[in-house]
Write a protein that binds this ligand. Structure first.
Ligand SMILES: NC(=O)C1=CN([C@@H]2O[C@H](COP(=O)(O)OP(=O)(O)OC[C@H]3O[C@@H](n4cnc5c(N)ncnc54)[C@H](O)[C@@H]3O)[C@@H](O)[C@H]2O)C=CC1
Ligand SMILES: O=C(O)[C@@H]1CCC=N1
Length: 267
């Protein structure tokens, strides 16, 4: 099976790197293309057997599975430069470009697989939505390669925004909150930023490992840590008083942006 990646920015390069280093895809079977060729060359410097294509058309001509890894508004431009056949499979990695959109404007088989930066560490989730025309052969193929780098989970169109907020945007949201915690530790506790960062990163690795081992659920974790009459309870009270509509507003903001993107992407 030959795979093509169009767009080797953050996600395209992450997928190329993770697929090859996890053993999911042989570098000889991967073709990449980026508008700025240098970005593709950085990847080829690490994996010499990769092919760099000279055009979108070339990627679409020579590969069976084609991932489009550009920003949502650039999908139209890519699709105007190629027309994969019914025996090929096109994959959107962005939530605003749905399988219905792709099926309407192409004659190939389609899927949407929204990855996460966590897949770089062969962990986290990839969100799968299949088009009507996709064969079991391609379903299994996509599941197989993404199982090497993630936990694939099927998701319907209605839930894609919230699911992607958790799985794909989540690492940025949580990092933002942790940065705030680190800054506050400096301000209130007089700790150096480096030390607070080190402690926070180690705590997160520990928390992730506990969750990975399914030792405790999130509510159980809270209960175990919160000693009756202790400090955690006081901290949680302060959080409860201040969290307000923080996450409602966050989800609202991403849903609004999603609707706006869908309204303004004209295929
Ligand atoms: N960054 C993330 O964590 C995630 C991103 N996504 C989706 O992945 C897509 C890409 O995101 P990023 O990689 O973060 O963006 P990026 O801006 O880092 O990468 C986009 C790449 O596409 C290239 N490009 C643009 N137009 C092109 C064209 N006509 N031909 C060839 N290459 C072209 C750019 O040079 C750039 O390297 C977006 O649609 C985003 O919604 C999905 C899940 C997670
Ligand atoms: O910020 C974005 O638009 C992309 C989509 C999912 C994660 N990052």
């Amino acid at each position: 099976m030959r795979y093509g990646i169009i767009g080797t920015g953050n996600m395209g390069s992450m997928l190329a790197n993770a697929f090859i280093s996890s053993g999911a895809v042989d570098a000889n079977d991967l073709t990449i293309y980026n508008r700025t060729r240098k970005k593709a060359e950085w990847i080829k410097n690490q994996f010499k057997e990769i092919t760099i294509a000279d055009s979108v058309e070339e990627v679409a001509r020579d590969n069976e599975v084609i991932f489009i890894c550009v920003k949502p508004h650039d999908y139209k431009d890519i699709l105007s430069q190629c027309s994969p056949s019914a025996t090929q499979c096109l994959v959107s990695i962005t939530s605003p470009v749905s399988v219905d959109d792709l099926e309407r404007i192409t004659s190939c088989q389609v899927a949407r697989v929204v990855p996460s930066i966590t897949n770089r560490a062969f962990s986290g989730v990839s969100l799968f939505t299949y088009g009507e025309r996709i064969s079991n052969f391609y379903k299994e193929e996509l599941l197989s390669i993404f199982s090497h780098i993630s936990t694939p989970i099927e998701i319907d169109e209605e839930s894609i925004r919230s699911a992607s907020d958790i799985v794909s945007c989540g690492p940025a949201f949580i990092s933002f909150l942790l940065e705030n915690m680190i800054n506050a530790a400096q301000e209130v506790g007089g700790m150096s930023k480096d030390k607070a960062t080190q402690l926070t990163e180690e705590m997160m690795i520990g928390l992730g490992t506990l969750l990975e081992k399914r030792t405790y659920t999130l509510p159980e974790l809270m209960e175990k840590v919160t000693v009756k009459g202790g400090v955690t309870g006081e901290g949680i009270k302060a959080l409860e008083e201040n969290v307000g509509d923080l996450f409602l507003e966050m989800f609202q903001a991403t849903h609004n942006k999603h609707k706006e993107d869908k309204r303004t992407i004209h295929f």
